[in-house]
Design a binder for this molecule. Structure first.
Ligand code: PSU
Ligand code: MN
Length: 305
């Protein structure tokens, strides 16, 4: 397969894709904008190990000097984590400009899906996705992640979406755009820090093999769209919903008072929630990413069988 001229595969990822081995994509906005240093770097490296232990090759995705990277070195991950928010949070609208100007970018769910698809990677693990924000009926703040899921054939394994978002509206949007929402071992949409949200998913699936069969069928049908797998946080790391919801309400009020908008909204809310919960939310966040990496790696392995 002819690679896009702006795309670089790491040697490990190139070899795996050539040999038909399972590969799992990972995003870099979670590193630069989603978690503080040094936990962000430690987590990113540990997630790669978990993917290897579960039979797949990790491909952390980012943009360095205008090159789209599928597969980062330890040094690149360290750089993304240390530079933090100095690295541009790169969504779909930013991609061509960052490449043309030979800049660096931390890829969101959206751009990680785009680059994974260019590279031929079908499965992607992360923490949470963007969605329809609360108050979107007046702000129109809807994450580009939802649109990308509708148009790019990559499976995204996440722990649901944070209730900084309007989960009901997020599900409505996904329904309209034809994105199946799968509960992994659950009938209920998980809400990232908690296993429950009060909203149902479209289908429940219980094994990596079933996920693989479902997504392979979607690809064979030519659906040309993503699917969203929502995997609840392990019980022992889930948070008290009253505690987390209080922090979220406070963070939302603070964002409103400060007039935070556009691409700053999500990172601002994530950082505020972390501060307000004294770091407990960060521990939960890390554990749920590990949990998603495991499911994604096993599913990628089952897809290649
Ligand atoms: N939600 C999280 N952690 C994150 C993000 C979302 O719980 O790190 C990041 C992801 O990279 C996601 C992006 O794609 O934020 C969505 O940003 P926005 O809402 O601006 O589309
Ligand atoms: Mn937004």
């Amino acid at each position: 397969m002819e690679l896009n001229k702006y795309l670089d595969l790491s040697p490990e990822v190139a070899e795996a894709l050539k040999a038909g081995k399972p590969v799992v994509a990972l995003e870099s906005t979670i590193i630069s904008h989603g978690m503080p240093y040094p936990q962000n770097v430690e987590t990113a490296l540990a997630v790669e190990d978990i993917i290897r232990q579960n039979g797949a090759v990790p491909a952390t995705i980012c943009i360095i000097g205008g090159r789209l990277k599928a597969g980062c070195t330890k040094e690149e991950i360290e750089y993304l984590g240390k530079a933090g928010t100095k690295v541009t949070k790169a969504s779909r609208r930013d991609l061509a400009m960052l490449v043309a100007r030979k800049m660096d970018g931390a890829t969101t769910v959206t751009t990680t899906m785009i680059i994974a698809h260019m590279a031929g990677i079908k499965v992607f693990a992360t923490g949470g996705i963007g969605g329809v924000h609360r108050g979107a009926e007046t702000t129109m703040d809807i994450s580009a992640d939802l649109e990308e899921l509708a148009h790019t054939p990559v499976m995204v394994v996440c722990a649901g979406a944070k209730s900084i978002l309007d989960l009901g509206l997020t599900l409505e949007y996904l329904e309209t755009h034809g994105v199946p929402v799968i509960g992994y071992g659950t009938e209920e949409l998980p809400a990232f820090y908690t296993r429950k949200s009060g909203f149902g998913v479209d289908y429940r699936v219980d094994t990596p093999e079933e996920l693989a069969q479902f997504f392979n069928t979607s690809l064979e049908l030519g659906m040309n769209a993503g699917i969203l797998v929502t995997n609840p946080i392990p019980e022992e790391y889930s948070m008290d919903s009253a505690v987390i919801n209080k922090a979220i309400e406070e963070a939302l009020a603070e964002a409103k008072a400060q007039g935070i908008h556009g691409k700053e909204t999500t990172p601002f809310l994530l950082a505020k929630v972390k501060d307000l919960t004294g770091g407990d939310s960060l521990d939960s966040n890390i554990q749920l990413v590990f949990n998603n990496a495991k499911v994604a790696a096993r599913t990628a392995a089952a897809m290649q069988k």
